[in-house]
Design a protein around this ligand. Structure first.
Ligand SMILES: [Zn+2]
Length: 314
């Protein structure tokens, strides 16, 4: 089988190469239905990590088209998702890296890796019944966190974003209060909603270190948690450590490395995709073909108004 595959050959430039691909004994050959564009990959794109030529893409889903010799637990035609790269028409993946998508799921909207990260983030929050949760930044990750947290047993879920359209989505997915910091004072608004007690935990997903620093004002006194889930390209200009100490704040960098068991988080995420808890299709705003991968990354770098999640459809 031949596959067309995108390689990052120099900073800011992908090249499509054609390669032979054969599944090894424990692998399945998957026809990639889609692969999500991840902000983290901008680090590769800009030359901060990795060495060119590099093969990127880790948010894929697709359909099994061929089985390795020893594979018994999958069949040709199975829809699968999991730890699989990437920006290629076909990929060969070890069976332990993938889970089956339900029959009714369109694999174009069945990528799971970012949802696995959402499970890691929510697990790190150790949410309890009656908690006040604040989600700062309602991009795809923030909105998926709201979908995962949605429960009548939360005291409230508060969404914070400077874009009213994103706040409308947050409300649709389960946020009970919406705050636009360009219009009102965020900590005063949270104080009003919580009678001054503030949040049990804040999930920060804007990627802006200054906003992360602001979150110190949003959490309660005594083990309030700030869960930092971005990659923070923008470092904070100042960070009020004194306030962190005074309030006894826990700051958790809930990145993949934080997960105790990434496979377990992935398994949970795929179950919630199959159950329809995570709405993926509704958040995909930009689609690109494999040949458009360079403009896809330019779009990811300079997100246009209305951008939530972009995907490559090889
Ligand atoms: Zn990702």
């Amino acid at each position: 089988m031949k596959t067309r595959k995108a390689y990052l050959v120099e900073n800011g430039h992908f090249e499509i190469r054609t390669e032979e691909i054969i599944p090894q004994r424990e692998q399945v050959l998957v026809k990639v239905a889609s692969c999500g564009l991840c902000n983290w990959e901008l680090n590769h794109w800009k030359g901060r990590i990795g060495q060119n030529p590099q093969f990127l893409g880790h948010e894929a889903a697709g359909i099994v088209v061929e089985l390795g010799e020893n594979v018994t637990e999958f069949s040709v035609g199975d829809k699968v998702t999991g730890f699989m790269g990437g920006f290629s028409e076909y990929v060969a993946v070890p069976t332990w890296n993938v889970f089956k998508l339900a029959e009714h799921i369109n694999p174009v909207y069945g990528f799971s890796e970012p949802l696995k990260c959402v499970v890691t983030v929510i697990t790190s929050a150790k949410a309890r019944v009656g908690d006040v949760a604040v989600i700062v930044g309602c991009g795809a990750m923030g909105l998926w966190c709201i979908q995962a947290l949605k429960s009548d047993a939360m005291q409230t879920i508060i969404a914070v974003d400077i874009d009213d359209k994103r706040l409308a989505l947050a409300k649709k997915y389960g946020a009970m209060h919406c705050i636009n910091p360009s219009k009102v004072n965020t900590s005063e608004s949270i104080a009003k909603i919580t009678q001054g007690r503030m949040a049990d935990f804040v999930i920060e997903g804007t990627g802006n270190g200054n906003v992360l620093s602001e979150c110190i004002n949003y959490v309660k006194h005594g083990r309030g948690k700030i869960i930092a889930m971005s990659s923070y390209e923008r470092l904070p200009e100042k960070f009020n450590l004194t306030a962190c100490v005074e309030k006894g704040i826990e700051i958790i960098f809930a990145h993949p490395s934080y997960s105790k068991n990434a496979y377990e988080d992935l398994r949970r995420a795929v179950n919630l995709i199959n159950k329809g808890v995570f709405k993926i299709e509704e958040l995909v705003t930009h689609k690109f073909s494999l040949d458009e991968i360079n403009s896809a990354f330019q779009t990811l770098e300079n997100k246009p108004d209305g951008y939530i999640k972009g995907i490559i459809i090889p």
